[in-house]
Design a protein around this ligand. Structure first.
Ligand SMILES: C[S@@+](CC[C@H](N)C(=O)[O-])C[C@H]1O[C@@H](n2cnc3c(N)ncnc32)[C@H](O)[C@@H]1O
Length: 240
């Protein structure tokens, strides 16, 4: 997506249930593979509006979730949902500087802002002995993606294949324990509410807003058209 004025971006995204693909079943899958217990201390790194906090609390009902995001508006939205639950701490800040230690670090759709090596290296000191990290990362499922699949991500960023992701995990001193493509349900859980928002905002929108709404719609259609070639890979990793 090209640059969109932040005010317009946050008008479109205000109070959406989540800010990227994700679903409860994926959190449960990753937590089970990581061996997370019901008393686990969990970091939801770049939690957005808190769409995964409920799923994380399901796997750690007697544990604690620290959810951090750099955008105060998302933390406000997450606080409206989870602020009264004393198993949850919500923080505005940088996800690379959490006060641990944690048994499990969950990061849906946000490692790519800094890159796998920087994120995994940055989190190592905050991870308890035996702890694990799960993150979803943009990926090309095939070695030679089409121009349309490349265009979905735009000119400034292109994902790697699974081999490239694995190499970066290993370069950071971790091993991949398991991986699976993020499901279509997870993508639709993000895109369907966004689609509804786009339709609603179109009524009475000015030219600038219409251009931003069209870009968002093109992104949704781009994923649906190219999902066989590209998406997110959910990776569960542990320090070696
Ligand atoms: C694609 S959204 C995913 C949000 C959430 N995990 C979800 O799935 O709904 C990426 C999030 O990363 C956050 N973010 C990006 N860089 C960050 C940083 N350095 N520290 C904390 N949050 C960051 C953004 O504010 C945004 O909420």
């Amino acid at each position: 997506m090209s640059f969109i004025d932040p005010e317009i971006f946050f008008t479109i995204h205000a109070d959406l249930p989540r800010e990227g693909p994700g679903e409860t079943a994926d959190v449960a899958w990753a937590a089970e593979i990581a061996g997370i217990t019901s008393r686990a201390q969990i970091l939801d790194a770049a939690c957005g509006p808190g769409g995964d906090i409920g799923a994380l609390l399901r796997v750690a009902a007697r544990g604690h979730v620290t959810a951090i995001d750099k955008h105060p508006g998302f933390i406000e939205a997450a606080t409206a949902r989870w602020g009264k639950d004393d198993r949850v701490t919500l923080l505005t800040g940088d996800y690379l500087a959490p006060e641990g230690p944690f048994d499990f670090i969950w990061c849906a759709g946000a490692v790519y802002f800094v890159g796998i090596e920087a994120a995994l290296t940055g989190w190592r000191a905050a991870l308890m002995e035996g702890g694990a990290i799960a993150f979803s990362e943009p990926v090309f499922f095939i070695d030679t993606p089409s121009d349309a699949a490349k265009a979905y991500w735009g000119e400034e960023y292109q994902p790697k294949t699974l081999d490239g992701i694995t190499a970066q995990i290993e370069a950071a001193g971790y091993e991949m324990i398991a991986h699976k493509p993020v499901s279509d349900i997870a993508w639709e859980s993000y895109y369907r509410p966004l689609e509804d928002r786009i339709s609603r905002l179109r009524r009475g929108a000015d030219e600038t807003m219409i251009a931003a709404l069209d870009e968002h719609l093109a992104e949704i259609e781009g994923w649906r058209a190219n999902k066989a070639e590209t998406g997110y890979m959910l990776c569960v990793v542990r320090p070696v």
